[in-house]
Design a protein around this ligand. Structure first.
Ligand SMILES: Nc1nc2c(ncn2[C@@H]2O[C@H](COP(=O)(O)OP(=O)(O)OP(=O)(O)O)[C@@H](O)[C@H]2O)c(=O)[nH]1
Length: 257
């Protein structure tokens, strides 16, 4: 059968990333409390393609995934990337896995358990030029109460749900749970899936006593991360879905150690 992909291309242009995107696939994630958690990921897999080739070999990406079926977790990342580089004759390989991760959290007063969902992303690359790179990202919903509103208003203060995104590079394994915790502790109050009335009173008052701008949240997360020697790089951003505006408030910090 003719192999169109391997034919020569004469436009003389290298392709940076080519491959397959949005593959839904079962994976396992290391769970701090329960050992392992099964979830479903959305996976992107790319390699570079030298100028001389017409196309990459799309089926080989899926073949590689299938070989890791049942033990596809963060510990296998470098092996998957090595397989991609080798089997696709590439100089660079990229693997991005986005998945919902669930953490059981008890409500603050009545201790009622509930499951919180956090969207996570692990992105890895391996290249002849730059070696191995891994970034772990968590997206954490938070509550914030506006310090300005609280100061100037006779009653109440506007508060809202925000979404904080924390991405890190590290030189020692870090639990998703610990990254989530760092962000939740920087919020006016954390978010729960289930609250009874005594819990609702508690989170309302806690948020009011702990008002934060988006700037405060990203700074508090950055302050904490800067003291952690295991972290070599981080990005943190917060988007507050303002309750008094039809737009969001946003802040971002990126730092190398
Ligand atoms: N490169 C490329 N392939 C595509 C695209 N869309 C669909 N395909 C198909 O992906 C299929 C798999 O390609 P290959 O992995 O090269 O298949 P194969 O030649 O049977 O596998 P190998 O022998 O391992 O190379 C082919 O049938 C392509 O037509 C595209 O945009 N680019």
């Amino acid at each position: 059968m003719i192999d169109v992909q391997s034919q020569l291309d004469h436009r003389n242009i290298n392709i940076d990333k080519v491959g397959v995107k949005n593959i839904r696939y079962p994976i396992t994630v290391m769970d701090k409390k329960n050992g392992v958690q099964h979830t479903v990921a959305s996976i992107n897999m790319y390699v570079n393609l030298p100028r001389k080739f017409k196309g990459t070999h799309m089926s080989r990406f899926i073949e590689i995934l299938n070989e890791f079926y049942g033990h596809l977790d963060i510990r296998e990342f470098s092996k998957i990337l090595e397989a991609m580089q080798e089997r696709l004759n590439a100089q660079s390989a990229h693997l991005e896995i986005a998945f919902p991760y669930f953490i059981e959290k008890n409500s603050p007063v009545t201790g009622t358990p509930g499951l919180m969902e956090y969207l996570c992303r692990v992105s890895g690359s391996l290249s002849d030029q730059d070696g191995y790179d891994l970034v772990v990202e968590v997206n954490v919903p938070i509550t914030t109460v506006c310090p300005c509103s609280r100061e100037i208003s006779n009653h109440g203060a506007h508060n809202q749900r925000g979404m904080a995104r924390l991405a890190v590079r590290f030189n020692r394994f870090m639990w998703i749970e610990d990254l989530v915790r760092i962000v939740e502790e920087a919020a006016s109050c954390e978010v729960y899936s289930l609250l009874k009335r005594p819990d609702e009173k508690f989170v309302t008052e806690k948020g009011y006593e702990n008002p934060k701008f988006v700037e405060d949240v990203v700074r508090d997360v950055a302050f904490e991360l800067k003291q952690n020697e295991d972290i070599t790089w981080f990005q943190v951003d917060v988007e507050n879905f303002e309750s008094i505006h039809n737009h969001s408030a946003y802040a971002f910090i990126e730092r190398m150690r």
